[in-house]
Design a binder for this molecule. Structure first.
Ligand SMILES: Cc1cc2nc3c(=O)[nH]c(=O)nc-3n(C[C@H](O)[C@H](O)[C@H](O)COP(=O)(O)OP(=O)(O)OC[C@H]3O[C@@H](n4cnc5c(N)ncnc54)[C@H](O)[C@@H]3O)c2cc1C
Length: 473
C-alpha cells in the first residue's frame, strides 16, 4: 500500500523497458527502489509490450544473430536515418554500451530467438525477444520483484516538487488518493506524449485528430510536460516521431504491430482523390516503411489507399483485417468511397507507364515506370489481374521524440545548462537526444535499455555517495 511513509532512494515513473532496466540496475547497486506504473497491472509496460526486437552492436554471429554488426556500422545507420540529427557523443556511447546489453539483458531473464521470416530482414542487426515484448517485460518484472524492487500499479505521477535543479518528491495518484512520495533521486521513464492528441495538435495542428496511436493510451507526456515546465532542458522537435502507415480500421490506441501493412511496394498508393503522391518503390521496405506515416499525414483527410492486384496478395505478411476486394477497379473505388473514374484513370496511367523488367521483390529490381510523375522506381508491375484489392491506411504514431536533455550519465540537464542534482531520464522520454528524426528498427529498445541501466546505476551511485555528503542526492 502506498501511503507516503517510506523514503525511497530511487523513485521511477513508468513501467516499461526503460523503467525496469533502471529499477533492476539501481536495485542491484543496493538502492531501495519504487516503480510507479501509471497503467493497471494488465496493461503494464507501455509500448514495450508491443515490441519484438532490439538493435545492439556485436562483433560476431551468435546463436540468434546471423552475423556481426560493428559499432561503426550501427553509427552509420543511425547517421543515415537521422540525417545527422543526433548527439554524436551520446549516440556513440549508447552504441558502445549496446554491446553489453546482449548479455546484461539475458542475465535479467530475457531470452532471444532468431528472427523469423517477414521481419523486415533484421536477422543480423536485431535481437528478437523470445515470446515478444510482453514476455520480455514479464521476465524483467519477475527479476525486479525477486530483487526486492517495489512496484505499484495504477499509480500515475501527477505532480513533481522540484526546487532549482533538485527533485524533492512526487505526487502519485493511486487508489483514489494523491500520495506524496519522497525519494533521494528520480528517474523519468514514462514514455513520450504520443497518446496525448491535444499535445500532438500543438505540433501538427487539427490533422492530429486523424492519427491512430499504435501503442499504449497511458503515454500522455504528463511527466515530460512537468519536467519541461519546471526548468529541465527540452530537446527535439514536437512533430518528429516514428509514424508508419497502418490499417485505417485499427483501433484508436494500442493496435500494436499487427495493424501495420507491408504491401506498399507491391502496388500503388493513392489519396482520397485517387491520385498517387510518392514513389512506392523507392527502396527496400525496411528502409522506407517509417516514412509512410508522415506521407499519409500530408494527404487530405490523412487517409490513403494501397491498391494492388491478385499476383501480389501472397507476397507480404497477412493482414489483421482482410483487404477490400473487387472484380474491377471501378467497383473497388466504389467500395473505398473514391471516384471510380479517377481511380480507373490513375491505374490506367500507371499501367501504361510500366516498363518491362524482371520482377524480384527481394532486390532493387528493374521494374519501373517511365514518364510518370511520381515515378515508381522498382517493383512496378501492371495492376491488371482480378481480383483487385485495397487497404485504407492512416498515420500510425509509434512514439514521439521531443523529450528532456540528458548527459552521458542519463542525468537530466536544466534549461540553463546545469546538470540536474538528482534527476535522470531513460527511454522514449529522452529519445530525442539520439533521434532528431528518422528511425532504425529496434533502436527504441536500445535507448531504453542502455539509458535505463545507466540511470539506475548512476542514481544508486549518487545515493551511496550522499551517505558521505548529504546534499549529493
Ligand atoms: C506497435 C509498436 C511496436 C514497436 N516495436 C518495437 C520494436 O520491435 N523494437 C524497438 O526497439 N522499439 C519498438 N517500438 C518502440 C518501443 O516500444 C519504445 O521505444 C520503447 O518501448 C520505449 O520504452 P519506454 O520504457 O521508454 O516506454 P514504454 O514502454 O512506453 O513505457 C512507458 C511507461 O510509462 C507509464 N507512464 C506514462 N505516464 C506515466 C505517469 N505520469 N506516471 C507513471 N507512469 C506513467 C506507462 O504506463 C508505461 O508503462 C514499438 C512501439 C510500438 C507502439
Amino acid at each position: 500500500m502506498l501511503d507516503g511513509s517510506t523514503d525511497y532512494d530511487v523513485l521511477i515513473a513508468g513501467g516499461g523497458n526503460a523503467a525496469l532496466c533502471a529499477a533492476i540496475s539501481a536495485r542491484r547497486a543496493g538502492a531501495r527502489v519504487l516503480v510507479a506504473e501509471g497503467a493497471p497491472r494488465f496493461y503494464r509496460g507501455g509500448n514495450t509490450r508491443h515490441t519484438r526486437n532490439m538493435r545492439c552492436a556485436h562483433d560476431a554471429a551468435t546463436e540468434t544473430l546471423s552475423g556481426p554488426y560493428s559499432e561503426e556500422e550501427f553509427f552509420d545507420d543511425l547517421l543515415r536515418v537521422t540525417g545527422g540529427r543526433t548527439d554524436e557523443a551520446l549516440a556513440r556511447m549508447m552504441i558502445a554500451e549496446s554491446k553489453e546489453m546482449l548479455t546484461w539483458i539475458v542475465e535479467q531473464g530475457v531470452r532471444f530467438q532468431p528472427s523469423l521470416g517477414g521481419t523486415l530482414s533484421l536477422g543480423r542487426t536485431n535481437s528478437f525477444f523470445l515470446g515478444g515484448g510482453r514476455a520480455m517485460l514479464n521476465a524483467l518484472y519477475r527479476t525486479a520483484e525477486s530483487l526486492g524492487v517495489e512496484i505499484v500499479y495504477d499509480a500515475e505521477v501527477v505532480d513533481l516538487a522540484i526546487e532549482g535543479a533538485r527533485f524533492r518528491s512526487a505526487t502519485v495518484r493511486h487508489a483514489g488518493k494523491d500520495v506524496s512520495i519522497r525519494a533521494k533521486t528520480f528517474i523519468a521513464a514514462s514514455g513520450g506524449f504520443e497518446a496525448n492528441i491535444d499535445w500532438l495538435k500543438e505540433g501538427w495542428g487539427e490533422i492530429a485528430e486523424n492519427f491512430l496511436i499504435r501503442g499504449t493510451p497511458y503515454n500522455r507526456g504528463t511527466v515530460l510536460r512537468m519536467l519541461i515546465d519546471r526548468g529541465v532542458m527540452q530537446i527535439g522537435d514536437p512533430t518528429q516521431c516514428h509514424a508508419v502507415a497502418i490499417d485505417a480500421r485499427a483501433p484508436k490506441f494500442d493496435g500494436g504491430i499487427i495493424t501495420r501493412l507491408d504491401c506498399v511496394v507491391f502496388g500503388i498508393v493513392v489519396n482520397r482523390h485517387a491520385k498517387r503522391f510518392y514513389d512506392e518503390g523507392e527502396d527496400v521496405w525496411p528502409k522506407r516503411y517509417a516514412i509512410w506515416g508522415r506521407l499519409v499525414a500530408a494527404q487530405p483527410g490523412q487517409i490513403a489507399y494501397i491498391v494492388f492486384d491478385a499476383p501480389s496478395l501472397e507476397l507480404f505478411m497477412p493482414s489483421l483485417f482482410p483487404p477490400v476486394e473487387a472484380e474491377t477497379i471501378g467497383e473497388l473505388a466504389e467500395k473505398l468511397g473514391l471516384s471510380p473514374a479517377a481511380l480507373e484513370r490513375t491505374v490506367a496511367g500507371f499501367n501504361a507507364a510500366v516498363r518491362p523488367g524482371t520482377f524480384d521483390h527481394t532486390a532493387l529490381d528493374d521494374c519501373r515506370t517511365e514518364g510518370l510523375e511520381p515515378a515508381k522506381t522498382h517493383w512496378a508491375r501492371r495492376i491488371e489481374t482480378a481480383p483487385f484489392y485495397a487497404y485504407p491506411v492512416r498515420p500510425g504514431i509509434t512514439f514521439t521524440y521531443l523529450g528532456v536533455k540528458v548527459d552521458r550519465a542519463a542525468r537530466m540537464v536544466m534549461a540553463d545548462g546545469r546538470p540536474a542534482a538528482n534527476m535522470f531520464a531513460a527511454g522514449e522520454i529522452m529519445a530525442g537526444n539520439v533521434l532528431g528524426q528518422g528511425y532504425a528498427a529496434g533502436i527504441g529498445m536500445t535507448i531504453g535499455s542502455v539509458f535505463g541501466r545507466i540511470a539506475g546505476r548512476e542514481a544508486a551511485r549518487l545515493v551511496s555517495s550522499a551517505s558521505q555528503s548529504p546534499e549529493a542526492a
